[in-house]
Ligand binder design. Structure first.
Ligand SMILES: [Zn+2]
Length: 60
């Protein structure tokens, strides 16, 4: 996987919520610029795009 910003090498990394120890998330982090890609963010982005495409635009 390559970074969407700089096309650098991305490595799999994990983040933890300091307060909620159960929160454990696997993310991608760019070694070059530090950009992080969260799978949930990607999912939400796709979902929102699908929903905005699926829903008809309401006329005022
Ligand atoms: Zn990068």
């Amino acid at each position: 996987m390559n970074c969407s910003k700089c096309h650098g090498l991305m490595v799999n990394d994990r983040v933890y919520d300091a307060e909620e120890a159960i929160f454990d998330l696997s993310i991608w982090r760019c070694l070059n610029c530090g950009e992080t890609v969260d799978p949930l963010i990607l999912q939400n982005r796709l979902k929102q795009e699908q929903e905005s495409n699926a829903l008809p635009i309401k006329a005022a």
